[in-house]
Ligand binder design. Structure first.
Ligand code: SAH
Length: 297
């Protein structure tokens, strides 16, 4: 599309569009307002929890379509689901190609990752790469894990609905949202105030995950007053497994944690607590940001 066409297309669609109840932004860039409106709309819907909450926006290609079809009213329909929601399309592609094709089979994981809008957990400038097969930077020098890593960890957790899960390293909040959509009661701990506050706003105000419990503290010490936990998942790598976390495991609990004597080089370890003793399993090498704290680096 050249500049003139883009300009003309933009003129045909200068107000937010309303399509099947969801608000659409007229031009590319997302706004908090649209996210809030969509979240509110979804909240009103029956069964809102099982529905995805996505911020749709009109892409230049869709603007051209609107222009060509001469639909300038504030209500319009888009030709295919793919055009109406490019992120949903990218998400389904990610689930098929990066997860199912590589052996992720847990239906809870596949369902959750096909509905959590990963693009909302990264900076706006990176949203079009949110479903790529790689980790992405988030604020404060931290990262959101590659989709496959999130899925593998969630699958190795062998989660059942209703379980109490402690997550160390809230970061962007993406994994917390996935765990929540898998049916867990999530307690998530972050040590960096900026991440904690921004992510809390996103998860609770924008996305409506009001039952996620978020904490600002040193996660290497766990959350003693809420222990024990059925599952513990650590999204950062430390030199050893914090004893505090082992102590907060319920009978028959499982913990997933990257462990390594060298920074940014860990093994993904799965710990089982069976009859009061601990069994460890190695699930290959991995790279996570540092687990910083009293029982970490
Ligand atoms: N699960 C996150 C991944 C975030 S990266 C997501 O989906 O985006 C790891 C996070 O662990 C970072 O935000 C980092 O600040 C946090 N972290 C590191 N050490 C921690 C500690 N001791 N307690 C709590 N969070 C910690």
């Amino acid at each position: 599309m050249n500049k003139k066409e883009f300009h003309n297309a933009k003129k045909t669609c200068t107000k937010p569009q309303k399509i099947e109840g969801l608000c659409y932004e007229p031009l590319g860039m997302p706004t908090q307002r649209v996210m809030r409106l969509n979240a509110q709309y979804q909240m009103q819907e029956e069964n809102a929890k099982s529905k995805e909450i996505i911020r749709h926006f009109i892409t230049p290609a869709e603007l051209l379509h609107l222009k060509n079809s001469k639909k300038t009213a504030s209500y319009c329909t888009l030709p295919t689901e793919k055009q109406a929601d490019i992120y949903k399309y990218s998400r389904n592609k990610m689930v098929q190609e990066q997860l199912i094709n590589r052996g992720i089979t847990d239906p809870l994981v596949l369902h959750a990752m096909s509905i959590v809008p990963r693009h909302l957990f990264v900076n706006e400038a990176l949203q079009n790469t949110a479903y790529d097969d790689r980790p992405l930077p988030i604020a404060c020098g931290q990262t959101i894990s590659q989709p496959y890593t999130v899925a593998l960890m969630c699958q190795l957790l062998m989660l059942e609905k209703g379980m109490k899960v402690l997550e160390i390293g809230t970061g962007s909040g993406y994994q917390a949202a996935v765990l929540r959509e898998m049916g867990a009661k999530v307690f998530s701990v972050e040590r960096i105030p900026e991440l904690y506050h921004n992510t809390k706003k996103l998860l609770k105000n924008t996305l409506g995950y009001t039952d996620l419990l978020l904490f600002l503290s040193d996660g290497t010490l766990g959350l003693k007053s809420f222990a024990p936990f059925d599952r513990i998942i650590v999204a950062a790598g430390g030199p050893t497994i914090p004893q505090a976390l082992k102590d907060q495991m319920e009978h028959n609990a499982i913990m997933l944690i990257p462990v390594g004597g060298e920074k940014m080089r860990q093994s993904l370890v799965r710990v089982f607590k069976i009859n009061g003793s601990y069994k460890e399993e190695n699930h290959g090498s991995t790279t996570f940001v540092d687990l910083v704290g009293k029982q970490g680096w």
